[in-house]
Design a binder for this molecule. Sequence first.
Ligand SMILES: [Zn+2]
Length: 142
Amino acid sequence: MTRIEQRAHILKLAKDMGVRISLGHTNRSHMYEKHIQIDSVIKNDKDYAGALHELGHQANRDKDTMSYKLRFLLDPESKEIYPERLKHEIEAWAWAKRNAIEWNEEMEQEYISAFSSYIHGALHAYGNLDDLLKGIATLKGS
Ligand SMILES: [Zn+2]
């Protein structure tokens, strides 16, 4: 798969979903708008995976409850929000993998790297792994 094909794929998915894409310092998906921000024009496989992941957040937006959105806005790094936040991240990566034209080792590494940072943040908020795992276990329907 060429870089051009990757770019065209991201643009097509975004267009079909009605999602606007802008360039910025980091990758992110806007919670209240059909809008994602990506930090490059897809120069490598990691960028492609990252853009798909942000589109995954958009595709799963209806799963974000109002309570989650409010708590996220108040403090995205809070202990209380992490279990649900991790679930959303996993779901957005699952969507990315399902919708990728091709998923390779480089893309998998991007997933692992991003996920490691969420786990790091969650562990920082919780202070220990056991409590984090208990928090995750309290999630409904997971
Ligand atoms: Zn994410």
